[in-house]
Design a protein around this ligand. Structure first.
Ligand SMILES: Cc1cc2nc3c(=O)[nH]c(=O)nc-3n(C[C@H](O)[C@H](O)[C@H](O)COP(=O)(O)OP(=O)(O)OC[C@H]3O[C@@H](n4cnc5c(N)ncnc54)[C@H](O)[C@@H]3O)c2cc1C
Length: 340
C-alpha cells in the first residue's frame, strides 16, 4: 500500500495494491482520506446502484460523509480542488448520464439522526433519513402528518429540495425549518418562506448547470410539524392504505424515478401521454409504463441514453398533439446527446 501526504488536509492512497483484489476495475482508482474525519473520497465510483433507475456512469469523485464535520470537509476539499459538487440523496429523482458526473458527488445516505419532540410535536431529522421509514415510525408512535409520504422513496434532503408531495399534501405544508450548508462552509436555518416553494419545486433546486451547482446549498437537517397523540392503529391503517394505493396504481415492480413530468395543470401528464398513444412505447430497455404513463421504467438493461431519448420523444409527441410542453420533474445530471 502506497500512502502519500498531499496538499492541505488530505492524504491519498493509491488503490493499485489495496483495492486490486476487490475489483479489477478499481485498479486505477484512488482513495483520499480527509484528515480529522472518517470520510474518504473515492475516484471512479459507480453510481448506478445509488439511483432508483439503476442506470448511470461513474462519479469522478465520490464521498458519503457520516456527520456534519465530514460533509463540511468534503465541500472544502471540492472548493480547494475546484470540483463541482453534486448532491445525491436516495437518487430516486435523478437520471445520471451514462458518461457519469464530473467533479465530486456527495451522498447524504449516511447523514442520519431523528428526534421526535413530544413537547412540540416536531420531528427533527438529518438529510439522509429515509422518508418512508419516517412515515412508518411516526405512524407507530401515533403521530399524524406523514401518512401521505410513505410511497416516496427519497431522503429528507431530497424531499425538502423537490417539495415532494402526494395525496394532496407536500413537504412545504409541514416544514418548520431547514438547515443548509452554504458554499462558504457556514450553516444557515431557513424558514419555508425563504425556500420559494411551489408545485414540486423550490429555490434550493438551483440549476443543473455545473457552474451554478458550485453555489448549491446543501440541506443538512429539517424540522417538520406533526400531530402527536393519535391512536397508532388509526395512523398505521391510513399509512398502509396509502402504500396499498400506490402499489396498485404505480409500477413499483421495475426501476423508475416515479413521475417523469410535472403535471401541466389542468392536465395530468400521464393522461396526456396515454391519450397520445405512448403507453408501452419502448426505446432500448426504457418503456413508458403500462400501469401509469407518467412513469418510465427500466425493463432491464436500459441505458440512461434510452431513458433520455424516450423523454425527448414523449415531449415531442405531446407538443405535436396538444401544443403542451411537458417539463421534466426528474433531474438529469451529466452530459446527454442533444439528438437521439
Ligand atoms: C417509485 C417512485 C415513486 C415516487 N413517487 C413520488 C411522489 O409521489 N411524489 C413526489 O414528489 N416524488 C415521488 N418520487 C420522486 C422522488 O422520490 C422524490 O422527488 C424525492 O423527494 C427525491 O428524493 P431523493 O433523496 O431521492 O433525491 P435525489 O433524487 O437524490 O435528488 C433530487 C434532487 O435533490 C437534490 N438533493 C438531494 N438531497 C439534497 C440535499 N440534502 N441538499 C441539497 N440538494 C439535495 C439533488 O442534487 C437533486 O437535484 C417517486 C420516485 C419513485 C422512484
Amino acid at each position: 500500500m502506497k500512502i502519500s501526504q498531499a496538499a492541505g488536509n488530505v492524504c491519498t492512497i493509491s488503490a493499485s495494491t489495496t483495492q486490486k483484489q476487490k475489483t479489477e476495475k478499481s485498479s486505477d482508482s484512488k482513495i483520499i482520506y480527509l484528515k480529522d474525519t472518517d470520510c474518504v473520497i473515492q475516484s471512479h465510483a459507480s453510481l448506478s446502484a445509488f439511483t432508483s433507475y439503476r442506470v448511470g456512469g461513474d462519479a469522478e469523485w465520490y464521498a458519503a460523509p457520516r456527520n456534519l464535520e465530514a460533509l463540511q470537509a468534503s465541500v472544502e476539499y471540492a472548493k480547494e480542488h475546484e470540483l463541482t459538487v453534486t448532491i445525491l440523496g436516495a437518487g430516486s429523482n435523478l437520471l445520471v448520464s451514462d458518461r457519469g458526473i464530473p467533479g465530486l458527488v456527495i451522498s447524504t445516505r449516511h447523514l442520519r439522526h431523528s428526534y421526535f419532540d413530544p413537547q412540540t410535536g416536531q420531528l427533527t431529522v438529518a438529510a439522509g433519513e429515509s422518508i418512508p421509514s419516517l412515515a412508518w415510525e411516526a405512524a407507530k408512535l401515533g403521530w399524524q402528518g406523514l401518512e401521505w409520504a410513505v410511497g416516496i422513496p427519497g431522503t429528507v434532503g431530497g424531499a425538502v429540495v423537490m417539495n415532494a408531495g402526494a395525496h394532496n399534501s407536500c413537504i412545504a405544508d409541514m416544514l418548520v425549518s431547514a438547515q443548509v450548508l452554504l458554499p462558504d462552509g457556514t450553516l444557515e436555518t431557513l424558514a419555508p418562506e425563504d425556500i420559494g416553494y411551489s408545485y414540486r419545486t423550490s429555490a434550493l433546486q438551483g440549476s443543473a448547470a455545473p457552474t451554478e451547482r458550485r453555489c448549491q446549498r446543501i440541506v443538512t437537517q429539517a424540522t417538520f410539524q406533526l400531530q402527536p397523540g393519535a391512536d397508532p392503529a388509526i395512523v398505521l391503517a391510513t399509512t398502509k392504505q396509502h402504500k396499498k394505493h400506490r402499489l396498485t396504481t404505480q409500477p413499483y415492480n421495475f426501476p423508475s424515478c416515479g413521475s417523469v413530468f410535472r403535471n401541466p395543470k389542468p392536465y395530468a401528464a400521464g393522461w396526456l401521454i396515454e391519450q397520445t398513444g405512448l403507453k408501452g412505447y419502448q426505446i432500448g430497455g426504457a418503456q413508458v409504463a403500462l400501469l401509469h404513463a407518467n412513469f418510465i421504467v427500466n425493463r432491464g438493461g436500459a441505458k440512461a441514453s434510452d431513458i433520455f431519448c424516450l423523454i425527448r420523444h414523449i415531449q415531442h409527441q405531446v407538443q405535436e398533439n396538444w401544443s403542451i410542453c411537458l417539463e421534466p420533474e426528474v433531474k438529469m445530471i451529466g452530459e446527454f446527446q442533444a439528438a437521439c
